[in-house]
Design a protein around this ligand. Structure first.
Ligand code: NAD
Length: 357
């Protein structure tokens, strides 16, 4: 089935269940799919999202939002982006009247997500927000409310839900009882001045940035919500990590007593996930990368996918079909609630109940 046939089929199949308001204002071009505007042309947009948008079937790179004229010029030439679809952060609200943009993808430092998700919602655009969704659960609730009030869909950039290795580990708990889950994700931050080291912009350190993948794994592998958490945070380079945590380890209490421990650090390299179930033992290393994931057990191999392209296509299909994304704003909120409990447990040095209200 070619691109055109697929989109036509999606539209037809979905017509019975589509929530009519979701496509209101969407130009939905059968040839190219929905138009996506990237907000923030940093590393993730440049190296992952824009290339992924060249491989999508249901959407394409239609617009950009940046504070830098040089980037706007380079991107408009490279990706043939029309002048009318290029915005600054100040002019961004004018996107409301632009029917070539259906989806806004917010890839800014964490503390700026809330503002741009809410501005996108008010402009009537569906939104994908990068992880972590916000720097507090309160922010996430405000974003969810704004999207609901403006009848737009909200999703979080949880790309691993579309990866074949992670889809496999998600299935293990359905086949047999899980005994253990462990994960460790870290890398060495070299620049003490980057925004990820600033509490105001990042909201926290390694946990906010990459430990969130461990939180995600804990939930989608167990298929349960952790109830309680203990955590230990430490700094071996306190002069370097002055505002946010360096390394944090945490353990959840699940309804089904699954043994687990998770670690994340901005001061050592690690990229590993291991799951032990009654049926299967599965070790993944690297576990959280964009590609090149590898299973070290019985050389189990799955095909490599473009995680971001699948994630983008799936979100656009959700819009077309009028259904929520499986990586929804509610999931982003849940993860912030868990993260807040981890920080509290580390601070209080005692077990803390996770508050999902
Ligand atoms: P980056 O530093 O490379 O890019 C950030 C962009 O925001 C830059 O274009 C910068 O100019 C712009 N910006 C606007 N206002 C800014 C301000 N006040 N301070 C600093 N930069 C400002 O960061 P990135 O790696 O592209 O990360 C962006 C978001 O994407 C983050 O939320 C991050 O967690 C997320 N991310 C997700 C993944 C993933 O695998 N899903 C991977 C990397 C990053």
């Amino acid at each position: 089935m070619d691109r055109r046939q697929f989109i036509e089929k999606s539209t037809l199949v979905s017509s019975a269940i589509v929530l009519p308001n979701l496509l209101t204002g969407c130009r939905f071009d059968n040839e190219v799919g929905l138009g996506v505007a990237l907000v923030g042309l940093g590393q993730y947009s440049t190296d992952q999202l824009a290339p992924a948008l060249q491989k999508t079937n249901n959407c394409y790179l239609a617009g950009i939002v940046s504070g830098t004229d040089e980037k706007k010029n380079d991107w408009s030439k490279k990706y043939k982006i029309r002048e009318e679809n290029i915005y600054s952060y100040d002019s961004f609200d004018q996107i409301k009247g632009n029917d070539e943009i259906d989806v806004v993808y917010v890839a800014l430092p964490n503390a700026l997500h809330k503002e741009f998700v809410i501005r996108s919602a008010k402009a009537g655009k569906h939104v994908i927000c990068e992880k972590p969704m916000g720097i507090s659960s309160t922010e996430c609730k405000e974003m969810i409310d704004a999207c609901e009030q403006n009848n737009v869909l909200l999703s979080v950039g949880y790309r691993l839900h579309f990866d074949n290795y992670h889809r496999h580990v998600m299935s293990l708990s359905k086949k047999s009882r899980l005994r253990q889950i462990n994960a460790d994700f870290g890398y060495v931050v070299e620049d003490p001045n980057e925004w990820r080291m600033k509490k105001e912009l990042a909201g926290g350190g390694a946990l906010m940035n990459i430990g969130i993948y461990c939180v995600q794994s804990a939930c989608y592998i167990s298929n349960q919500l952790p109830e309680m958490v203990t955590a230990q945070s430490f700094k071996s380079k306190p002069h370097f990590f002055t505002e946010v945590e360096e390394t944090i380890t945490f353990q959840f209490s699940f309804p089904d007593a699954i043994s687990n421990t998770f670690s994340t650090s901005h001061n050592y390299p690690a990229n590993r996930l291991s799951v032990d179930s009654e049926n299967e033992k599965f070790d993944l290393s690297p576990a959280f990368t964009y590609s090149g994931l590898g299973s070290t057990f019985r050389s189990r191999k799955f095909s490599t996918v473009n995680q971001q392209a699948l994630q983008l296509d799936d979100f656009c299909k959700c819009i077309i079909e009028g259904r929520r994304s499986k990586v929804s704003g509610e999931m982003g909120l849940r993860d912030l609630q868990i993260i807040e409990a981890i920080y509290e447990a580390a601070e209080l040095k005692k077990e803390v109940k996770i508050n999902y209200s």
